[in-house]
Design a binder for this molecule. Structure first.
Ligand code: FE2
Length: 484
């Protein structure tokens, strides 16, 4: 029997508020959360394969209501109705023979299953959707969090057996979304596409053949360019068919080929160049922009892709101590690096902006792809998606901080509270404000001693608390959130 960390689903619960929530804040803050699963008290599976749960905080004139609900995916049914872990995921596989895999790869079923969309969220054609790294977003009702079904793309592009970025760039002003998918087959290709406002059609901007595709969790966008950062964490497409192993285990670290920046003209789709730098890995691009003919990319880098395996199974065989020391080791090695790509001189410079361990970077959404000054992030060390031991926490609680980084001065402000573990910070601008940091920071904070969570609202300028609202259950180690 598999037990989720959170089983209670709550609807529109009015939260008690300490301090003040700005009354101009109107909308819904939704976070996507791979819920940890245990069997006989021990965690099973990879953190990234937990069943998706959405948490929504609705703001209305200074009041906050909380709701949460699982995405009703095929995996949800398997886990909780059939008590089976036999599903394909990021780091686990369906138990299937090679011949059947081969058949299903080339002759995919027309049945579009509801995937375990547990990574991110966005809007497509005015519909709210949850995303993971497979091609079909899952639509949900923003008011009830009810799963509405697979988003019905109206295009001929892959609807199965492809990899899709869970980090599209959505422009709030134009409604345009830009993202990419990898189509596996006789000739594997990176496909960069756009979806125009109110459309359900992916329009290909550029198609790039690739022999051994890389695992790329996110990518960069500027006003005129799309940049795929191709890490040397590559897979042979044939292995997805023939090897009976989980998706991510088909990728191998090949540092000798370095990390490549593939620069694409955003308007014409032309490949303008491929620039190589020394090998590194990353999950998240912080932002990118153009200035005086040069491209700047801010990326949270890891020395290699070992972090992925270390997030596996919070140990299979389960060993929490080992997991802790590995995650400590990997997250300690993250650096915020600014890469400068000169298209004319065809060279790359890099500068470490901050050596402090950082993850889950966010910025003012209107400055996506444009010069910007402030970045918000968390220190991810001991980002353990499970129960934490109070004694351990007291030794490490200084690590779980929220950061506001001034990229001009490289100074930073910190929010930190004993035994409290914040998740990705989201910046919401005040209405009619002109300063880049005029607004609030929203995040969910897990209180490890009280075993519950709270919504934290900070003044983004001062990083001082404005208010908090206690949620009647714990939400630990959620991934990404958006404000709708
Ligand atoms: Fe991500």
């Amino acid at each position: 029997m598999f037990t989720p960390d959170i089983s209670l689903e709550i609807h529109a619960f009015s939260l008690p508020i300490v301090g003040e929530i700005p009354d101009w804040l109107n909308g819904t803050f939704v976070r996507n959360h791979p819920v940890r699963i245990t069997k006989d008290g021990k965690p099973v599976g990879h953190w990234f394969d937990g069943p998706a749960m959405l948490h929504a905080l609705s703001f209305d004139e200074g009041r906050v209501h909380y709701s949460n609900k699982f995405i009703h995916s095929e995996i949800y049914d398997l886990l909780f109705k059939k008590h089976s872990l036999d599903y394909p995921g990021f780091a686990q596989n369906r138990d299937q023979c090679a011949f059947k895999k081969l058949l299903s790869f080339f002759f995919p079923s027309s049945i579009q299953t509801i995937q375990n969309t547990n990574v991110n969220l966005t809007k497509i054609a005015e519909r709210h959707v949850a995303l993971t790294e497979v091609p079909l977003p899952v639509e949900f009702n923003i008011k009830t969090l009810e799963t509405l079904g697979v988003l019905p793309y109206e295009d001929p592009f892959p609807k199965r057996q492809s990899f899709e970025s869970a980090h599209p760039h959505y422009n709030q002003e134009t409604g345009e979304l830009i993202s990419f998918f990898i189509e596996f087959g006789y000739q594997t290709t990176y496909n960069v596409y756009r979806i125009k406002k109110d459309q359900l059609t992916r329009e290909i901007i550029a198609k790039i053949p690739v022999k051994e595709p890389a695992y790329m969790h996110s990518f960069a966008l500027t006003e005129n360019y799309i940049i795929l950062t191709e890490f040397p964490f590559r897979a042979r497409p044939i292995d997805f068919i023939l090897q009976a192993r989980p998706f991510i285990f088909n990728f191998n670290w090949k540092p000798e080929s370095g990390t490549q920046f593939i620069i694409i003209d955003r308007h014409q789709g032309e490949i303008l160049g491929q620039f190589s730098t020394k090998a590194f890995f990353a999950f998240h691009h912080a932002n990118a922009f153009e200035k005086e003919g040069e491209l700047f990319l801010d990326i949270i880098t890891y020395p290699d892709a070992g972090v992925i395996r270390d997030l596996y199974a919070y140990g299979l065989p389960f060993n929490e101590e080992e997991f802790k020391s590995k995650s400590e080791r990997y997250f300690t090695q993250t650096q915020l690096v600014r890469f400068k790509v000169s298209l004319e001189n065809k060279n790359i410079d890099s500068e470490v902006i901050l050596k402090t361990p950082l993850e889950f970077p966010r910025h003012h959404e209107k400055l996506d792809g444009k010069p910007y000054r402030y970045l918000y992030a968390i220190d991810p060390r001991d980002f353990i998606p499970g129960d934490l031991v109070a004694g351990d926490l007291r030794q490490i609680n200084d690590k779980r901080a929220l950061y506001k980084i001034d990229l001009n001065s490289k100074d930073f402000l910190i929010w930190h509270e004993v035994d409290c573990y914040p998740s990705e910070p989201l910046f919401i601008p005040s209405p009619h404000a002109s300063d880049e940091d005029a607004g609030v920071i929203l995040t969910l904070v897990y209180h490890a001693i009280e075993q519950n969570s709270f919504l934290l609202v900070l003044d983004a300028k001062t990083f001082q608390e404005l208010g908090r609202a206690k949620i009647p259950q714990k939400i630990n180690a959620s991934l990404h959130g958006q404000f709708f």
